[in-house]
Design a binder for this molecule. Structure first.
Ligand code: PLP
Length: 363
């Protein structure tokens, strides 16, 4: 017997609850991955992703895999032995970038920042005279911090700017072309309001020209993936791997939902929900973790009050309200909670629900 299906309010760091349109699309009849109807669906998803990334890059596609597959693809295609990768670290995902870059063979120059604070673009950009890649996380889910990618883009020089937008895409302003992002990866399960399973990815022509030939990952080789989505132009597709057709259908539907509402409206909804939650938590006497001025609307970090058992509160919320919030990350695992307001959950009713439930749980 499998576990009974239960509805959860997903207010953790992801996955978030999904847009109903994205869930409904999972029930569509399965199409062949070279069926003209599926190709239309994939084209529509790629076009929608271009709008969310703020890019005209032809090579913008949903990679098959979660956000981590996007991270792997970004590094294995851009750095190898002899290349320097400068990585800004202000949380767990920056640390993970260093590890992925190291395994790709790069010489990693790690620029550490205090967790809870944004990256310092000048310090990052001046960490090495001639890096091939400068990498940073736009929205650090481990700490709830937003960093200024546009500023880093202005300082990158000849380096390729590689950015993690897992917790910003579909909820926060993201202007890859204007900000100088050369390679970007994201995830579907956060502000985009689609189930986990795909990694929205984009790479500029210039970065594609400077890519690693024959990267050690065959599956994530962007040179081979061009034909999979027709990035080289035209409607002809070549078989590379079987597209996860149900997930792509769901993504296409989710993107239609988001773009139908309008990116400005979606971003405003995330901003308002994040701010209302942060004000409400402070009104309850709780202290926020991320530095003021750099707080993500999509993911709020709040300190667990002294004397309160962090895990017991989370268990209470799950049991009594079927409501999930996240623990902290790394050394803050039991001293910080992480509360997401993402996708369809970014609304005033969610804020009231989370604040009320949390008040009862810590009373
Ligand atoms: N980068 C960031 C900023 C994330 O928040 C996450 C996941 O939460 C990842 C990368 C990894 O994505 P995934 O867990 O979908 O593989």
């Amino acid at each position: 017997m499998s576990t009974p299906l239960t509805f959860r309010h997903l207010f953790g760091p992801g996955p978030s609850n999904c847009y109903p349109e994205a869930v409904a699309a999972l029930g569509h009849p399965i199409l062949g991955h070279l069926d003209p109807l599926f190709i239309e669906m994939m084209d529509s998803a790629c076009e929608g992703l271009r709008q969310l990334w703020g890019t005209a890059n032809a090579r913008t596609l949903p990679l098959s895999g979660t956000g981590s597959a996007g991270m792997e693809a970004a590094f294995v295609n851009s750095v190898g032995p002899g290349d320097v990768a400068v990585v800004a670290v202000n949380g767990l995902f920056g640390v993970r970038m260093c590890e992925v870059a190291r395994r790709a063979g790069a010489e990693v120059v790690r620029v550490d920042h205090e967790w809870g604070r944004p990256i310092d673009p000048e310090r990052v950009a001046s960490a090495h005279p001639n890096p091939k890649v400068i990498a940073a996380v736009h929205a650090e889910t481990s700490t709830g911090v937003l960093s200024d990618i546009a500023a880093l883009g202005r300082l990158k020089g000849d380096a390729l700017l590689l950015v993690d937008a897992v917790t910003s895409i579909g909820g926060l302003e993201l202007l890859a072309d204007d900000w100088g992002i050369d390679i970007g990866y994201a995830g579907t399960q956060k502000c985009l309001g689609v189930a986990p399973g795909l990694a929205p990815f984009t790479i500029s022509d210039a970065a594609f020209e400077r890519r690693i030939q024959d990267p050690q990952s065959w599956y994530l080789d962007l040179g081979l993936l061009g034909g999979y989505v027709g990035a080289a132009g035209g409607s002809k597709r070549t078989y590379h791997h079987t597209a996860p057709v149900a997930m792509v259908a769901s993504l296409a539907a989710g993107l239609d939902r988001v773009l139908g509402e309008g990116l400005d409206a979606v971003q405003a909804r995330h901003a308002a929900a994040g701010l209302a939650l942060q004000e409400g938590l402070q009104d309850m006497g709780l202290e926020l973790f991320a530095e003021e001025g750099s707080r993500l609307p999509s993911l709020t970090t709040v300190k667990v009050p002294d004397g309160v058992d962090s895990a017991a509160v989370r268990a209470y919320l799950l049991e009594r309200f079927s409501l999930e919030i996240g623990s902290g990350a790394g050394e803050f695992a039991s001293t910080v909670w992480r509360i997401g307001m993402m996708g369809p959950n970014a609304n005033p009713a969610s804020v009231v629900l989370v604040l009320g439930a949390l008040k009862e749980a810590i009373a």
